[in-house]
Design a protein around this ligand. Sequence first.
Ligand code: FAD
Ligand code: FES
Ligand code: FES
Length: 1331
Amino acid sequence: MSGQEGDSLCVFINGKKVTESHVDPETMLLPFLREKLRLTGTKSGCGGGGCGACTVMVSRYQPATKTIVHYSANACLLPVCQLYGAAITTVEGIGSSKTRIHPVQERIAKAHGSQCGFCTPGMVMSMYALLRNKPKPTMDDITQALGGNLCRCTGYRPIVDGCRTFCQEGNCCQANGGADCCLNGEGNTNESEHEKPQLFHQEKFLPLDPTQELIFPPELILMAEAANPQTLTFYGERMIWMSPTSLEELVQLRAKNPKAPLVIGNTNIGPDIKFKGILHPLIISPMRVKELFEVSEGADGVWVGAGSSLSELQSLLEKMVPQNPEEKTELFRALIQQLRNLGSLQIRNVASLGGNIVSAYPNSDLNPVLAAGNCKVKVISPGGSREVPLNQDFFIGFGKTILKPEDVVVSVFIPFTRKGEYVRALRQAPRKEVSFATVTTGMRVRFSKGSRVVQEVSLYFGGMGPTTVNATKTCKAITGRPWDEETLNQAYDALLEELDLPPSTPGGKVEFRRSLTLSLLFKFNLEVLQKLKEANVIKDEIPEKLQPLPKEIQPSLQDFQHVPKDQGSQDPVGRPMMHRSAISQATGEAVYCDDIPKTDGELFMVLVTSSRAHAKIISLDMSEALKLPGVVDVITANDVPGKKARPTFGYDQELLAENQVFCVGQTVCAVLADTKTHAKRGAAAVKITYEDLPDPIFTIEDAIEKSSYYEPRRMFARGDVTEAFQTCDQVYEGQIRLGGQEHFYMEPQSMLVVPVGEEKEFKVYISTQWPTLIQEAVAETLDIQSNRVTCHVKRLGGAFGGKVIVTSVLASITSVAAWKTNRAVRCVLERGEDMLITGGRHPVLGKYKVGFMNDGRIMAVDYYYYANAGCFVDESVLISEKILLHLDNVYNIPNMRGHSAACRTNLPSNTAFRGFGVPQGLLVVENMVNDVAMALGPPADQVRKVNMYKGPSALTYKFEFSPENLHRCWELCKLKSDYSARRQAVDQFNQQNRWRKKGVALIPIKYGIAFAESFLNQAGALVHIYKDGSVLVTHGGTEMGQGIHTKMQQVASRELHIPTSKIFLSETSTGTVPNTCPSAASFGTDANGMAVKEACEILYRRLEPIRLKDPKGSWESWIKEAHMQKISLSATGFFRGEDLYYDWEKMEGHPYAYFTFGVCCSEVELDCLTGDYRTLRTDIVMDIGRSINPSLDIGQIEGAFMQGLGLYTLEELKYSPTGILYSRGPSQYKIPAVCDVPLKFNVYLLPDSCNPHAIYSSKGIGEPTLFLGSSVFFAIKDAVTAARSDSGLSGPFFLDTPATPERVCLACASPFIKKVPTSKPGSFKPWALDI
Ligand SMILES: Cc1cc2nc3c(=O)[nH]c(=O)nc-3n(C[C@H](O)[C@H](O)[C@H](O)COP(=O)(O)OP(=O)(O)OC[C@H]3O[C@@H](n4cnc5c(N)ncnc54)[C@H](O)[C@@H]3O)c2cc1C
Ligand code: FES
Ligand code: FES
């Protein structure tokens, strides 16, 4: 096929014409930009339209209207052939540090909106596209524009704040300064506006000047206006792409090739090709057929071209709504409502109306509304054209409609509504935005004139079967009857009977989905009653007017302290300073591992992983793979020259499985090919046969039953728990299960191993938190000395603990490939592979028995913790130890016992994740305290306060500390959040509302910093001063977004008394600083900062004689002179940390250097009918000593909090009963997005705190705040308690995490939930497991 001569592609990229004569239709814009044009600023985060990292702006000329349109789109789903005649703008096209950076790039960077920076180009481009269309956007525009861009580091607040500076409205925060300050009335301080330190100064920003943007290429206008456009054909290796120019030609082509899909947005076909491996030999693109894009308004409604994008449809309807009487636009408004929540803006900008209808997704958001609204489609085929109603007969099965394969949908008719007709669209999704719905509906009712008698009703549902379904029986039960309680009650019963789901239904959530049909109908009922009342048809009291949950993000406050008055103006320590790479990251110039250009002869490696959870490998057949084009070799365990397994904490982990597999996703072999595409095809052709082994273990309960543990299991005891229970007023037993968490670093695992070619030397470029471990792993695998392996880490696009152990295994395999072929080998996992293979945070089951007194004092607790460790030990035993070492959190409970076990299961191995077990352990502790409060009655904060450490305290492990700052954080947080008044307001709200409840919670943390394994508390640095006075700093820490290089620059600047502009950090390398420790445990700055400080002090001392001799000289003159005097201008620094340890036998020790304290207050509003919630406000007070860089530290606080919010309320891993991970991408696994940011998000750094144990009196902060995300969980629990009380339930109840809408809604125990029959566990095979 590829041999055939096709047309040339013509597209403009960043103002330059690109003509491509042999373009493969299978190529998406993203690899075209990155690999062909070397425009690597556009990043790949998921490849499926779900993360926004690849966002670009597409501009097209529309001849019909003679206008140019600009819109954001995901480059990963844009076929290059579809872009014929378009102009593409990438992050490189809008600004550069070499010429001029664009105001969007500047503002996101300077507002501290870029940490690891991997999401930043996508954020920049989403915002840029918005500004091209609307230079003064509203906050709503901004949150819509950024809704489809995920960031795992920042918590979004700073990105939003940077973008907010373009808004006309809402530009406060004057931080309590002006009389109209948005924060007035909240924790006012006496400092005036000018005295308050700011994180950034927006008055210094470049103005936005739309005249400076790239103009649309005139050549493309001429092309689009051409009189006789020609059919375009592109031939690829396996696929042909045809783009006809007339409807007639399209119809003929379709008739001849009925199996060829019509591709417009490619948002359905693209993911199918990529993720399901479906091959379409021919694709037809109707993009140039004008009839598919025409709109014609008539008396009864509007015909909309089926090719119109969903954004175009939304704009059209939004334009028509105010032009028509309200009663006529009920359906239009329902569609707008649905469109606003459908996918991301990038998806809506390309996805077509016709595509959405024909794709017939079971949970399509449009189809239920279109069907309920009596819409129809105009279809054309060689036999002629016809109109087909969109009703229950149209949707016949999963992805199937009654249309014939040769049919082309030309347009869709959307009618006006009539008087007395009401239409609503309601949906419930796992995340509020950019998430396919769990259940989605379109409901319409029409009343006889002036009456409440139903003339006609349609109730369509998505998510309740393989396709859109109509509740016909329910409609029958309602038609002809008055719309009242009795009719509705019968309707609920009919609906429940009619929309049944078997307990094993794919997608699970059966009880929830069934209850949602009822509660959404109930919501519709409330709205209809309201309408009937407004129309004076009824006089009934409406039970409750349901407003949507609030969503406007408000300005927030970041409160930190000035540096001391006597600190020199050049000394940057303690001042907010932008991440040193933020501008490079925002311009797309920052180089990540996979941005390194391909070297000559380089190969790409794709892993072949096990499809069985526990099986013997019977055979491995790679013959077919080796025959495929481009495939060079297949690497198996037999190829490993050195150690075939990585020794980890007493157990071995095989690099490549030889005889047996222990989980789905374990690597068996790896295919090498000239390109990624070829390697992927090769991997798919490898055949492995297995013989299943009996009884795989997946859940914690299975592991407990079969005593499947990694040793040692740990136990800790203080006091006499058993005896104490006898003397307590009450004893309660409870439990909580905490789901796991996927790291979802935006940059997947990436590495490049390059053989130098002589003396067995290798260079490894890799995204890891621990270069030394990689060096060691590669050396041991290849059986060479460590001095032959140099590991280079420039930066990581996020890591969070996930780029240590597993990365060392992947690097070892890649190095074997490079060794065997003697060629450079690159391995970059795709998102789905990364999620499948690499494991994440341990799911934990925590059980407790607690004894307490009636005044709230907790006297004894017995805890059992079980962590699901997966099939390799990894760091699981250490994690279970850390859980026990934080058993007390902030509570002085005299009798405590804790047992923890790492369960061995047949799931991918879990590993370190920000907090290292503490977020799981402490949730159990706080849930226990919460249960005590619920059992006794007083608000939980009172029980918390009663039990806190007071005065100088000895910890469970006999190490003294002062809880004074903890109490200061607690009191300050209560004050700043106005806790008492809000508690009262929440209670009042809950009394007044039945279906909406609010909840508020105050959660403390005490977090131990540094490694309990003493040898890890060390660090080295190497500082060079060059003859021109410039300084190069290297140290053992890796830059993964936390800003460690920026802080080291600040340290060096202070110690050398020179501005930071003279100090550079290039990378972390084992060749400069050896034997480093991982960047982990919130200890990077503490350790490396001291090492850098020491190296700089040495150098500054060496310069002393010269400085004294020439006090007026400049830095440069002193350096020149030092060089002339043969003084060494290079020094190493070393930090030998405290000798921390813990003796598990004696149950004593000193495992941490010090504690970071914090307290957080969160308030939520909950929709009890759907389980949907909003975090209305969060206030965090953190004691981090004296911050070295408040902007970076606040960034860590906010980012960790949001990750915690995700862990406790949103992120849900789903495994099949055979151990296959279902949730392998952002479509199935939801991390927090912009829509999840607390609407008010204030952070305060505790003033007047110091810390003698760390550099410049600072404290480690990377991990502690993550746990504070649980304040949202406990606030939800508080709201659920109020809802349960309305249902007559009181006292402690079980609510596992994540507290998803499903769990929350079921816990609310509303009458609708009670109506749904439950299936007995064990009586059916569940779709997914609770692991
Ligand atoms: C990340 C992501 C999130 C999403 N979220 C949502 C969501 O929340 N809610 C929701 O409802 N949808 C959602 N979608 C689905 C999306 O709306 C649909 O994929 C889209 O509307 C399909 O349109 P398209 O132009 O991209 O179709 P394409 O992929 O181009 O084509 C899809 C199919 O439709 C057929 N087709 C297209 N046009 C015609 C025509 N005129 N006549 C005959 N057949 C035609 C094609 O032959 C093909 O089989 C999401 C998709 C993605 C990728
Ligand atoms: S890489 Fe394109 S959306 Fe994620
Ligand atoms: S800065 Fe957004 S993902 Fe790292």
